[in-house]
Design a protein around this ligand. Sequence first.
Ligand code: PEP
Length: 257
Amino acid sequence: MAQVRRPMMAANWKMNKLIREAEEYVAQLLPRLIDNEGVDVAIFAPFTCLQQIGRMTQATPIVVGAQNFYFEDSGAFTGEISAPMLKDVGAEAVIVGHSERREIFGETDEMVARKTSRAIGAGLLPIVCVGETKEERDTGEMWDKCSGQVQSVFEELDKKVRGDDIVFAYEPIWAIGTGDMASPEDSQAAIGKIRALLEELRGEQFASQVRILYGGSIKLENIGEVMAQKDVDGGLVGGASLDPVSFAGLVNATLSS
Ligand code: PEP
């Protein structure tokens, strides 16, 4: 039987918003969501806002998440934050391996794999980001890059992990923050290949449970076509998620796709 995957629409605020701004955002977002049942709504906020967002969304199904963490639980890692610390402030999910972490902060595939494994072990849902640069796409290395990033995660991951314990986001780097979104056909092609690779690695049941999001310049005008693709299970949204009216529009549009 075909697996029904619940769509997810996730906001990645990046390094934006003070606590007061986060409060205003959530207060404006909540009344605009028309149906909390049909889609998982997630907000990936700065560490400093997590506790307050968690309090404000306690009675709702909104998932509160962080944008990064370190795979050790405690110790001499100045400036880092651990999975138990995220749980302590109410986080339920975490973005792992965003291209900005990989490119600006030098995160390697191995670190991303360890973080993914630790997140799941700690009861956090990891959203693992993979994607190619423009140059890699132009030189035909797109699939080598993306498949390598996916494969390395599974070198660390316990065989007991289920498909719904992990979410992937295909985020072509050239599409992030540029207004230049991948076409619906290209998104489906990449995400379909990722799902086929998951099947090779962990079997059909596992692959059919994993949600795979598209990320990169999603806006209200272009979301419908991408979400209509058969293997695309939702979106990870940067710029267009910073405004609650725009993000609510994207969540509600996901329901009708
Ligand atoms: C992102 O940073 O994950 C992202 C998809 O950004 P944007 O929507 O702004 O392209």
